[in-house]
Design a protein around this ligand. Structure first.
Ligand SMILES: [Zn+2]
Length: 233
């Protein structure tokens, strides 16, 4: 697991952190620590057809909150189905280090794919990354973020390079956005197969996200259950 160097925090960042803390007094906040325990509920089949039916995805890099860069979908980027309900994928963005932990383990980076249902409900699919080998799709993504340019990719490449293959385990739970306004009522799908990117890519990603760590602190689970599932992307 990569340990990223701590950097001096700017007053603006500290103000942002204070706002996050102020918004944290909720009962379904995210990220929450995920644990494989006997108390967890398993409901096979409640998540399906991830990333279908789009085969080609076109996104464009754009400045986002707190100096970060997000990738916004241009047109159809596919969908995430949770409980049978389709959620259209709208944007992707990164956090360093990871926001979620699994059995107490935090990884070097986390990708969030944010999607919306027709009724406005949000589902976020998350992929975790450790420091390791160079990730070719991360490289393309960094190029787009660096230049505020477009990223063209395929669902197959996303499955292969962001989710480490077609079949993954995932933890599903009810939570919130992890940046203000920290909206609650979200469905989180956190995949458990850990991807990799190089040390250089991690540093570049952090630099493009404002040069500081941008992971919200863990939130109290308050007894929330996690469904542990095996799904085909
Ligand atoms: Zn996020």
């Amino acid at each position: 697991m990569a340990i990223l160097a701590r950097r001096r925090r700017s007053p603006a960042f500290l103000l942002g952190a204070a706002l996050v803390v102020a918004a944290a007094a909720t009962v379904t906040g995210s990220p929450m620590p995920l644990r494989h325990t006997d108390a967890d509920v398993v409901k096979p089949g409640s998540v399906s057809s991830l990333l279908a039916p789009a085969t080609a995805l076109s996104l464009t890099a754009t400045p986002s909150h707190a100096g970060t860069v997000a990738l916004l979908c241009k047109g159809d980027c596919g969908e995430i189905r949770v409980g049978g309900k389709p959620h259209a994928i709208k944007n992707m963005h990164w956090h360093t280090p990871s926001e979620h932990t699994i059995d107490g383990r935090r990884t070097a980076a986390e990708l969030h794919i944010v999607s919306f249902a027709a009724d406005g409900k949000i589902a976020v699919m998350s992929a975790l990354f450790d420091q390791g080998t160079v990730n070719p799709l991360v490289e393309n993504t960094l190029d787009a973020m660096e230049d505020m340019a477009d990223l063209s990719t395929t669902a197959e490449d996303i499955k292969a390079h962001f989710f480490s293959g077609a079949d993954v385990g995932c933890g599903v739970y009810k939570g919130s956005l992890t940046t203000p306004p920290c909206t609650e009522g979200l469905s989180w799908v956190v995949t458990t197969k850990i991807g990799s990117m190089s040390r250089r890519q991690l540093r570049h990603l952090q630099a493009l996200n404002g040069g500081h760590e941008n992971a919200r602190p863990l939130q109290e689970p308050f007894g929330r259950a996690v469904e542990w599932l095996e799904v085909s992307l």
